[in-house]
Design a protein around this ligand. Structure first.
Ligand code: PRP
Length: 206
């Protein structure tokens, strides 16, 4: 049995469809209920819906053999897993955004609101810029509007959230997409099954 951690939400549904098209279907997963575990014994696959930012924890600790999560999570938490494949979906970018009239005064510490403290620290230390991290868990765009921060470091997908809040991208940090990750021990002991799934998924990557 291969245990797969899928990120709950729109990305997870796309990912499941890729697995399904590879022959690892589990039709009950698409039923609208609140179940979190789905199994197709015949195909030897078990899926879990987990919070997207938790996928790497399940995989790193071996509760799931494989999983799919955004590159943002891998860069932020550096989990001890193998990254096997870029699925080329869930594409977005990590960026610095601020109010349109924001001017960076280098003599002052920059206040940065973000969910991605490690990515932000690394980015600004590379620029030798002093920052004060304000760690938030969501609705990051509010921070510069309420003068809680000067800038935000956040995911930008369509750009709609920024636009609707009169903010704009100031700097691009890194492009992001969904990655297939694997638990290191699982890769050793279930090599054949995992390589087979990876090869099938690779054929689906557009
Ligand atoms: C993410 C991100 C932005 C938004 C960007 O938030 O933090 O707020 O999506 O998408 P867009 O460029 O297409 O508008 P998410 O939906 O994960 O919610 P959050 O407020 O909990 O971070």
């Amino acid at each position: 049995m291969i245990n797969v951690a899928l990120p709950k939400g729109r990305l997870g549904e796309k990912v499941y469809k890729m697995f399904q098209d590879c022959g690892y279907e589990c039709p009950s997963i698409l039923e609208n209920n609140r179940k979190l575990i789905f199994e197709n014994e015949e195909k030897g696959v078990r899926y879990f819906w987990v919070k997207p930012s938790d996928v790497s924890i399940y995989v790193e600790r071996g509760a799931a053999d494989i999983g799919v999560c955004g590159k943002d999570i891998l860069l932020e938490y550096m989990p001890d897993v193998y990254e096997l494949l870029d699925l080329n979906i869930g594409k977005c970018r990590m960026a610095v955004a601020a109010k349109k009239d924001f001017y960076d005064d280098n003599t002052k510490t920059l206040r940065v609101a973000t969910k991605f403290a490690n990515i932000a620290k690394k980015y600004y230390s590379g620029k030798c810029r002093d920052i004060d991290i304000i760690k938030l868990n969501g609705s990051i765009e509010l921070a510069p509007i309420l003068d809680l921060s000067d800038v935000i470091v956040d995911i930008v997908e369509t750009g709609t959230t920024l636009k609707e809040n009169d903010l704009e991208v100031k700097e691009e940090i890194v492009p992001i997409s969904a990655r297939l990750i694997v638990n290191k021990a699982s890769f050793k002991f279930k090599t054949e099954q995992i390589e087979k799934i990876t090869a099938f998924l690779k054929e689906q990557v557009k």
